[in-house]
Design a protein around this ligand. Structure first.
Ligand code: SF4
Ligand code: SF4
Length: 105
């Protein structure tokens, strides 16, 4: 930890529960500033979030009761926010199923 800024180390691995792909916002509901940031840094986000219905990503595929897969996995159209998820503790506060944890450094 440096000063008042907390840093975290990510531990664990993805267990493919699919929960993070079921709590997405719809593109049209995002504030303009967030849309602008996505357009600059993660342009694929607009394509994916524009297809969200009831929070669930259009590209999520169910393989079994507990295993899901991303049909864009390995594809350059997959958004950066998916590739980097989760990158801070608050992102998984409401996802107890997530296989990642964060440890304060
Ligand atoms: S693109 Fe793939 S990883 Fe990203 S939200 Fe959709 S299903 Fe999940
Ligand atoms: S919530 Fe966590 S474990 Fe589940 S699919 Fe997303 S990153 Fe993987």
């Amino acid at each position: 930890m440096s000063g008042n800024i907390k840093t975290f180390k990510r531990l664990g691995e993805c267990n493919r529960c699919g929960q993070c792909c079921k709590i997405l916002p719809r593109w049209k509901d995002l504030p303009d500033i967030v849309k602008a940031l996505f357009r600059m840094y993660d342009p694929n986000a607009e394509i994916v979030l524009s297809k969200v219905t009831y929070g669930v990503c259009y590209f999520l595929r169910r393989e079994s009761d507990k295993i899901y897969t991303c049909s864009l996995y390995g594809n350059p159209e997959r958004p950066k926010f998916c590739f980097n998820f989760p990158n801070e503790p608050s992102q998984i506060e409401k996802i107890p199923q997530c296989g990642y944890q964060f440890k304060e450094e």
